[in-house]
Design a protein around this ligand. Structure first.
Ligand SMILES: Cc1ncc(COP(=O)(O)O)c(C=O)c1O
Length: 372
């Protein structure tokens, strides 16, 4: 095979999908997996077949790719702003009227209300609540209540619940510390849920969570659905955490590389650099095989070094080395397709069809346009 290539161990992927589906089913919590991890409608369909109630996504491009693939019950987890985005949302709603969107400020509510007035839509809305990540989300309970009241008072909008994603704690290594921090998040969320009930939303959707806090969030009793993303691939950053039940998840994603040079003492050079593999905070290692105990570091745009540890032999020139990416989401975003493996056999391909889907077609660019 040509390298570098983004590959998936299919049995492990299916196992991970099944584990999370079973955890959620057993605790009576819905799973709405996050598409930003794999951007692949083929995998989204596997997650739905395993029992997911819908799919979460981060961008309009992703939502469009999901809708084109016939996938419904999509939640867009980032607020949308500006004429261009709202116009695209309007078009999308004609084919996906059940799309759920989030808002975190009265400005978002005004823009959605204008869209509804112009096109006669009704839009389902969650209030995004900042639970410490300081990215999006209403900042504090007063702000949350203000936005929730705006939505509640706006007839074409339907206030369905809240979203709270604690991104800041997903990668804390210690299980005890993650649990304590996740408990504190749940306490903040309880107050926000109470606000929604006062506003008449008796059974609010409470959406959020990530792979790192899923074990705790599932038993917290507050989430009605989890937006887990990375669990399907379990990258090197997540693999390094301390787990309880989540330890059953194992890495399924790897970048296949070839050793192209072996003239240095202590390491070899592979054909995968920063354009092929995105590292997180905890590095990367060889996935499996005789060189399994070896660590990878980028050595430029197109190259990387692999250093065997202890008694691990030095891989020869020409050896194929599968590497677990440090961070799965941005690594997937570098590729057009996933090569599916079962053991050592290639069993198929899946397009990464949610990867910037639509952004080029929107520009109406062709090679002539660029040359002119
Ligand atoms: C809003 C939101 N929900 C869920 C997730 C999934 O998190 P994870 O990949 O840690 O499971 C993310 C990931 O960044 C996210 O931004």
């Amino acid at each position: 095979m040509d390298t570098p290539a983004l590959c998936v161990d299919l049995p492990t992927l299916k196992k991970n999908i099944g584990i999370a589906a079973a955890y959620c089913r057993d605790r009576g919590v819905h799973l709405r997996p996050h598409f930003k991890t794999h951007k692949c409608t083929g995998i989204a369909k596997m997650q739905l077949a395993a029992g997911a109630i819908g799919i979460s996504c981060a961008t309009l491009d992703e939502a469009a790719a999901l809708t084109r693939a016939g996938i419904r019950n999509v939640l867009l987890t980032s607020p949308l702003v500006g004429t261009s985005k709202l116009d695209r949302l309007g078009k999308l709603l004609t084919s996906a009227p059940d799309l759920l969107v989030v808002v975190d400020h009265p400005t978002h509510v005004t823009q959605l209300a204008e869209l509804c007035a112009a096109r006669g839509y009704k839009i389902k809305v969650l209030i995004d609540f900042d639970v410490g990540q300081r990215r999006t989300g209403a900042n504090g309970l007063f702000a949350f209540e203000e936005v929730a009241r705006c939505v509640s008072d706006c007839k074409p909008l339907s206030l369905c619940g809240l979203q709270a994603f604690a991104g800041q704690i997903q990668h804390i290594e210690s299980l005890d510390e993650r649990t304590v921090r996740a408990q504190a998040v749940v306490e903040r969320m309880l107050a926000a849920v109470a606000v929604l009930k006062v506003l008449g939303v008796q059974y609010p959707i409470v959406s959020g969570s990530g792979t790192g806090t899923a074990e705790f969030d599932l038993s917290s009793g507050i989430f009605t659905e989890l937006q887990l993303g990375s669990y399907v691939f379990l990258d090197a950053d997540y693999e390094a955490l301390e787990w309880r039940d989540g330890g059953d998840l194992t890495p399924s994603l790897f970048v296949m590389t070839t050793v192209i040079s072996g003239n240095q003492k202590g390491f070899v050079t592979v054909d995968a650099g920063t354009k092929a593999l995105v590292l997180g905070t905890r590095g990367s290692r060889v996935f499996t095989g005789p060189f399994c105990n070896a660590v990878y570091e980028p050595a430029g745009d197109e190259h990387g070094s692999v250093t065997p540890i202890g008694s691990t032999p030095m891989p020869p020139v020409g050896a194929l080395l599968p590497l677990i990416p440090g961070h799965c989401d941005p690594t997937v975003n570098l590729y057009d397709k996933l090569v599916l493996f079962d053991g050592a056999r290639v069993v198929g391909y899946l397009p990464v069809d949610g990867r910037r889907a639509g952004s080029y077609s929107n520009l109406h660019l062709s090679s002539e346009t660029v040359c002119a």
